[in-house]
Design a protein around this ligand. Sequence first.
Ligand SMILES: Cc1cc2nc3c(=O)[nH]c(=O)nc-3n(C[C@H](O)[C@H](O)[C@H](O)COP(=O)(O)O)c2cc1C
Length: 192
Amino acid sequence: MKYNDKTWPVVLGISGASGAIYGREIFDRLLGAGVPLHVVITPTGKGILKAELGLETEYFHKPGVVVHDNSRYDSPIASGSFPTSGMVVAPCSMGCLARIAAGASTDLLERAADVHIKERRPLVLVPRETPLSDIHLENMLRLSRAGVVILPAMPGFTHSPGTFDDLAAFIAGRVLDQLKIPQDFAPRYGGG
Ligand SMILES: Cc1cc2nc3c(=O)[nH]c(=O)nc-3n(C[C@H](O)[C@H](O)[C@H](O)COP(=O)(O)O)c2cc1C
């Protein structure tokens, strides 16, 4: 199944939380759906990709993908004038989420998220932390009230996942659903 809108890309941010597999799976699935991608990864995100998956940033350098330097603001995704169909941050650390919630962007990833909020475009955050403090929960509520989708890295188990990849695909499927990108790889309750 291929995504029809070839014009407007999706921005994928990978921040410094455990669960790099979610970022990689969402990247692979968006690319597989034919979606043009702009990718931005924080320094801690890069370290976790390497530690958890053995992946270097080079993995993301593929046709149809623009990989940005997170320390530079002179990038198109830092501006609302650059059209996108949405953004996802996966995994999203509590620090990254807090800075987005405060509107206090300190790097390109956070600025791009800020732009998606101000432009009223889809922004999906996939936070990973446990347990959650009052501050984490209040930040998430604040973002949700601003129209941001909080889609925690909480895969379901009713479809009897057998591998980590099955769990990551569950979350990737829910993310593509939120971005209204057709997908049929993730299980749906009742098989529909
Ligand atoms: C190995 C490692 C794992 C981490 N895992 C998490 C995590 O699961 N959730 C979280 O909120 N922060 C986690 N952190 C802390 C964040 O990376 C840090 O507080 C900060 O938000 C990093 O900024 P960034 O997310 O913009 O890269 C982790 C840090 C390291 C070094």
